[in-house]
Design a protein around this ligand. Structure first.
Ligand code: ARG
Length: 599
């Protein structure tokens, strides 16, 4: 694990803080809320959209001027003057610090600082972007929570992709990450399913389990039963009663239920393997909490707002506009909320865990559920309520066809995967028919087609999956990213290894050199990874990597690398390419996307 290094942004921030401390001697003080802003570099240093305005900028003189009875300009001048005395400035971090507009200060990193940074990338190699900033802080990430005896829906895939990417991002910053799949294997729906199942003959039951798609068969049974319930409502009561019986420990029902669970659980590993999601740290389905619920519900019943009505137990959350939240129904059976209460208590009280965060990667349609859940936990004074978060996932609409129903969300994941592979292979056959190991490459590229499409969108938004766009080698796509990395990799492979050792910090880059554009872009990687990890927003990493890839493509179409005649120039260019290649592959890896060496 890489030791935490100060990013160039943080170093710039430190220089600013040092200068502000010197200003103190001139009687300049910062008004609130500027000191609050100052604590975090991202709240204070901007990255100008036009690079000619520098790598970083601050408007603090503008903010602090009035408070100190000076003009912004005066304050900015004083600031720049004292900045000359701070060590970062003396060490050559900046080539220029200039005053712009009314009270803005722009910082231009020196080409030497940029070059040294690229050298550091190469030294750190695969560990670049990683830090031990949050060593020892534990985070629970709950993602990919399918429901037993029901087909997967796209939400489960999104949850797997976004959840796993966040898992990797958080881990890269030193967090101890714990993953849990928390599959849905409990609830009244099992009573309803069991009621239909019990009416089947022995042969009909066996036919379900010997079928190629037993989950689909079980789901059909469940759907049909719900249809029947519309005509014969008493069947619903029978189902409810069966679930109550199951909860009460009936052995025969348990045996049937266990079979539903076992056959469903078999379907998940191939899906997770394909996506490259490793085994979960813990795999605790909702039923795991069954034995804990009675005591937990008793505890809940004592909290303010809890109402008992016969066997029912609910929280009246009207006062905060969240309606009623049932933990136990009138028939005595527990609810989805009850299981989530027990889950949260278990996570809080597990002596092996000390969770700093408890994250649920779940679709937006469950926002109300989680609001109610967190509110009830707060009323129960469970500390985990304050560190729990619903990471909201919008809907990804799949193309009509065999993966999705009319509602657009029921999918057979393995078919979607196969179809993606098939289409990728078609493109490879067209572009690079002689490629060795085409099938394996196609699989990896296919993973990046789906993951990049998913992760590059803000996860809270809904969007449509579009084959043509997602498969394209141009534009913001997985294949484009892979292609860029492969192309850079092939330049590096073609160069003799002794040519790649240039220490860029010693190379005399001229002002305006094309390499500097790339070196400048590299500056943002660590900051973006850290911010994306903190906020569980992988799409920022995608946006950054895409811009870097575009800059890299622009660079090598304009500037000769291997064809450059001057050995020292060629070697310096190769070092720049190597640093970019490193960052692009580390970025993909951090998102859980396998890098393809050649395509
Ligand atoms: N299994 C549920 C579903 O597919 C999602 C579970 C979300 N996690 C939770 N702790 N409630 O709808």
């Amino acid at each position: 694990m890489e030791m935490t290094r100060e990013t160039l942004r943080e170093r710039t921030f430190r220089a600013v803080m040092d200068a502000i401390n010197l200003l103190d001697r001139h009687g300049i003080v910062l008004p609130e809320p500027v000191p609050v802003l100052l604590r975090k570099p991202e709240g204070f240093l901007d990255i100008p959209s036009d690079p000619s305005n520098g790598d970083f900028a601050t408007n603090f003189p503008l903010k602090a001027a009035k408070h100190n009875g000076r003009s912004p300009r005066e304050l900015a001048e004083l600031f720049v003057e004292v900045l000359g005395q701070v060590s970062a400035f003396k060490d050559g971090l900046f080539s220029r610090v200039e005053i712009a507009g009314p009270g803005f200060v722009n910082f231009h990193l020196s080409s030497q600082a940029l070059a040294r940074h690229a050298d550091e990338i190469q030294e750190a190699g695969n560990a670049f972007g990683y830090s031990d900033l949050h060593q020892g802080e534990e985070v629970m990430l709950e993602f990919f929570q399918p429901n037993i005896a029901k087909p997967l829906h796209v939400g489960h895939l999104r949850s797997a992709m976004v959840g796993h990417a966040c898992f990797l991002l958080l881990r890269s910053q030193g967090y101890s990450t714990i993953s849990d799949t928390h599959y849905g294997d409990w609830g009244v729906q099992f009573g309803i399913l069991l009621n239909a199942y019990l009416r089947l003959s022995e042969e009909e039951r066996e036919a379900i389990f010997s079928d190629a798609e037993p989950i689909d068969r079980l789901n059909e049974l469940y759907v049909a039963e719900n249809k029947r319930i519309e005509e014969e409502p008493e069947l619903r009561d029978e189902g409810k009663a069966l679930f109550a019986k199951l909860e009460a420990g009936d052995e025969e029902l348990r045996t049937h239920w266990q079979r539903f669970v076992d056959v469903s659980l078999q379907a998940y590993p191939p899906v997770l393997d394909w996506l490259g999601v490793p085994e979960f740290t813990v795999q605790l389905g909702e039923s795991f909490y069954e034995s804990r619920m009675p005591a937990d519900l008793e505890r809940a019943a004592k909290a303010p707002g809890a109402v008992k009505e016969g066997d029912a137990l609910y929280f009246d959350l009207e006062d905060v506009g969240l309606g009623r939240c049932y933990l136990r129904k009138t028939d005595g059976s527990t609810t989805y909320h009850a299981r989530d209460i027990s889950t949260a208590l278990y996570r809080e009280e597990n002596p092996e865990w000390d969770l700093k965060r408890n994250l649920y990667f779940v679709g937006a349609e469950q926002s109300h559920h989680f609001r109610q859940l967190f509110e009830v936990l707060r009323r129960m004074e469970v500390a985990i309520a304050d560190v729990s978060e619903h990471v909201v996932l919008g809907l990804m609409k799949l193309p009509e066809g065999k993966f999705s129903t009319r509602k657009g969300n029921i999918i057979r994941a393995t078919e979607l995967f196969k179809e993606t592979e098939r289409r990728v292979l078609e493109v490879i056959n067209e572009k690079n028919p002689d490629l060795e190991g085409k099938e394996e490459t196609a699989q990896r590229v296919a993973v990046s087609v789906l993951k990049w499409w998913d992760l590059s969108h803000d996860h809270t938004t809904s969007f449509v999956f579009e084959w043509d766009k997602a498969l394209s080698f141009e534009g913001n796509t997985g294949p484009y990213m892979q292609y860029t990395i492969a192309r850079l990799g092939s330049i590096l492979n073609k160069a003799a290894s002794e040519e790649r050792g240039t220490v860029l910090a010693e190379y005399p880059f001229e002002e305006g050199a094309a390499e500097l554009v790339l070196l400048r872009k590299l500056v943002g990687f660590e900051d973006v990874v850290r911010a994306a990890a903190e906020r569980q927003e992988p799409h920022h990493v995608c946006a950054y990597l895409f811009e870097l890839a575009q800059a890299a493509n622009a660079y090598y179409t304009e500037v000769p690398v291997l064809k450059e005649e001057d050995g020292s120039v060629r070697s310096a260019r190769l070092s720049v390419v190597a640093a970019v290649h490193q960052v692009l592959s580390n970025g993909l890896t951090l998102l859980g996307i396998p890098v393809v060496e050649e395509m």
